[in-house]
Design a protein around this ligand. Structure first.
Ligand code: FAD
Length: 390
């Protein structure tokens, strides 16, 4: 019997746990460790702010489903990984000490680098959980007139919620923007092209921002935040009355300590098999992985499936051969709710792999209720979809 240890309780961890439990829970011990028993479906957070979602539709307690699948759940913080001793140090109510493993999947997502941007915690709204999203929703509801700034801090790799939020604000305050009572500004640390890893979608975004009266500010690496202004590294300033930012990300501290596990920022360096370089029984998947460009849930689940497939092969004494290919696919869906939301990967074909009873059944129900997404990867089709909105 092998001990399979999964670190994290998000997209990558849950996708791998599901696949491993289907094939291996009768003969092997599968344990999932997360600092929260709550699973949050992040792609629904912007729609939670602007649409008609209820909080219970976008997060749930994953423990009963884990029990059903014979997966042991440990609630605790991972504070260290010792690859040579094949053990992980946990700090939590369930366990204060070590868990040993034969196979390890590191899927703890991104760490936050809010300390890199002084003033962030005090002044900025963000969208990295249900609580903060609801707080932002209330602030928008209370907003009368003035300047709304949304943006991406340097080292943040989530441009999509920023753009979605700008479009949703433009739709909500359409009359006030025309009357010059409200302004919406969207701020990027570099160019839009860089934020979207060279995808041609950025050209359509520029046009859409202009059409909707959203001011686009590029090359503004936010350095610090004051009570009413954000400042760039070069000391230029943008004033705001309401601010929503995606904070800087970093890898996980427990990885940073372990060279060669992590790159210089604490993200896990992996090969095509999703094995952490130098360790054939330690895998990583999801936002924690050091790969270029923005990070997405659909990438996390695909990486997790590659890792799980390879672990299953090794359990049968076979060579791991499943490989991950890193691609960015886009889709815009204009009929989701009133404002424009981007949906990509996770909302469309990835969900077809999951049936209603499993973890992502919730996401599938959301999609079925609010409308299917057709992947539209051609630039012209994307432009046409955006034009039909209004
Ligand atoms: C507002 C927003 C909108 C988004 N929209 C989309 C979208 O439309 N489509 C899309 O594909 N992607 C979208 N994403 C990105 C997507 O949510 C992420 O790429 C995805 O969540 C990454 O999955 P993950 O499993 O790597 O990390 P996560 O889902 O973040 O899971 C990490 C897990 O690890 C746990 N954890 C973290 N640190 C520790 C620790 N030290 N010890 C124990 N447990 C720990 C956390 O509690 C969590 O359970 C969006 C993200 C946000 C924030």
């Amino acid at each position: 019997m092998a001990r399979i240890l999964i670190l994290g309780g998000g997209f990558a961890a849950v996708a791998a746990a599901e696949m491993l439990s289907d094939a291996a829970s009768d003969h092997h011990e599968i344990t999932l460790v997360s600092n929260s028993h709550d699973f949050t479906f992040f792609p629904a957070l912007v729609p939670l702010v602007f649409g008609n979602f209820k909080p219970d539709e976008v997060h749930f307690d994953m423990r009963p489903k884990l029990v059903d699948r014979h997966i042991r759940f440990v609630e605790g913080e991972v504070i260290g990984i010792e690859p040579d001793l094949r053990r992980v140090r946990i700090n939590g109510d369930d366990i204060e000490g070590f868990l040993h493993f034969d196979y390890l999947l590191i899927a703890m997502g991104r760490g936050l680098g809010t300390d890199k941007t002084p003033g962030f915690v005090k002044y900025a709204h963000h969208l990295l959980g249900v609580g903060p999203a609801l707080k932002f929703k209330k602030a928008i509801g209370d907003f009368g007139s003035g300047s709304i700034v949304v943006g991406l801090c340097p080292d943040a790799f989530l441009p999509v919620p920023v753009c979605e939020t700008a479009f949703a604000l433009a739709a909500k305050f359409e009359r006030e923007i025309t009357a010059k009572e409200v302004s919406v500004t969207v701020v990027f640390p570099s160019t839009l092209e860089t934020a979207f890893a060279g995808s041609t979608l950025f050209r359509d975004l520029e046009g859409e921002f202009e059409r909707l009266g959203v001011k686009l500010v590029s090359d503004f690496p936010i350095d610090r935040i004051g009570e009413r202004s954000i400042f760039s590294k070069l000391d230029s300033r943008i004033d705001y009355d309401l601010l929503m930012l995606i904070p800087p990300f970093r890898g996980q501290k427990s990885l940073e300590q372990i060279i060669p596990f992590a790159d210089e920022f604490g993200f896990a360096d992996v090969n095509d098999l999703m094995q952490v370089k130098g360790f054939d029984r330690i895998y990583a998947a999801g936002d924690i992985v050091a790969l270029p460009g923005p990070r997405f849930g659909y990438m996390a689940t695909r990486q997790a499936k590659v890792a799980a497939t390879n672990i299953l092969a090794q359990l049968q004494n076979k060579e791991p051969t499943a490989e991950y290919s890193h691609k960015i696919a886009w889709a815009i869906n204009e009929k989701y709710t009133d404002p424009i939301y981007f949906h990509y990967g996770f909302w469309d074909e990835t969900l077809d792999d999951f049936d209603e009873k499993v973890f992502f059944g919730m996401a599938k129900r959301i999609r079925d209720h609010y409308g299917h997404v057709k992947a539209q990867k051609e630039k012209t089709e994307i432009a046409a979809a955006a034009g039909r909105k209004k």
